[in-house]
Design a protein around this ligand. Structure first.
Ligand SMILES: [Zn+2]
Length: 230
């Protein structure tokens, strides 16, 4: 396992800022005041859908109501550092804290009361076994807090039996991926506005597969939210 200088620092100074590694002052929690003011926020919730890069990404693939990402992902930046800690350094509480923070921002915007249920993208069982937690679930739990939405961490499940990809055509593989996710609790999402949550939005194909499963199970609408967009 890669040991980073930051991990070493955290041994001696457990209360370092997750963004810049500076030592936190009393009253500061997890992220220092300077980072809180200067992180690369997307503010996608304040722009109209036609100009929203997430809505553009899903255009023609899957209808989404709102496209949200808290932060912009930049390589070797603070956001990458935070995501690394969330995914590989056993810091799921940071994902939950970012979810709560974003949730309070959204709750002070036009998006207040727009989501009935928060559903995280399920992690592959193998990864779950190694990591011990699903970071998207922690972010989703935080997001549901101020939005006062129901949190349904097990609404979706990931099928593993259908994932053998070898010797399949492109079409079959695509069909396969789209069947990887299944709604296991249809009663919790039927006729509801869903906020589907992942850690990072890259190609969007996982969110698309999950969103389609939710819409097939008669969700009223699907919006997507992530900690960061690449
Ligand atoms: Zn900082």
């Amino acid at each position: 396992m890669k040991i980073l200088w930051t991990d070493f620092l955290h041994l001696f100074f457990p209360d370092c800022c997750y963004g810049c590694q500076g030592i936190l002052l009393s009253g500061e929690k997890k992220i220092c005041t300077t980072c809180r003011a200067n992180l690369p926020f997307t503010n996608f919730h304040k722009i109209n859908p036609q100009e929203n890069p997430i809505c553009q990404k899903f255009y023609g693939k899957m209808p989404i109501r709102y496209g949200l990402a808290f932060l912009k992902f930049t390589k070797s930046g603070k956001v990458q550092r935070m995501l690394h800690q969330i995914k590989y350094q056993n810091k799921p509480e940071l994902a939950e804290m970012l979810g709560e923070w974003y949730s309070s921002e959204l709750n002070n915007s036009e998006l207040k009361n727009q989501f009935d249920v928060v559903v995280p993208v399920p992690l592959h069982p193998k990864k779950l076994k190694i990591r011990g937690y699903n970071q998207s679930e922690y972010f989703g739990k935080g997001l549901a807090s101020y939005l006062q939405s129901h949190f349904e961490p097990s609404a979706l499940i990931r099928n593993t039996a259908t994932e053998t990809q070898t010797k399949k055509s492109r079409w079959e593989r695509w069909e396969n991926v789209s069947r990887v996710f299944e709604v296991q609790k249809p009663e919790t999402i039927k006729n509801k506005h869903i906020l589907l949550v992942d850690d990072v939005i890259t190609t969007g194909s996982t969110l698309e597969a999950c969103g389609k499963a939710l819409l097939e199970a008669e969700a009223l609408s699907v919006s997507v939210a992530a900690i960061a967009m690449a």
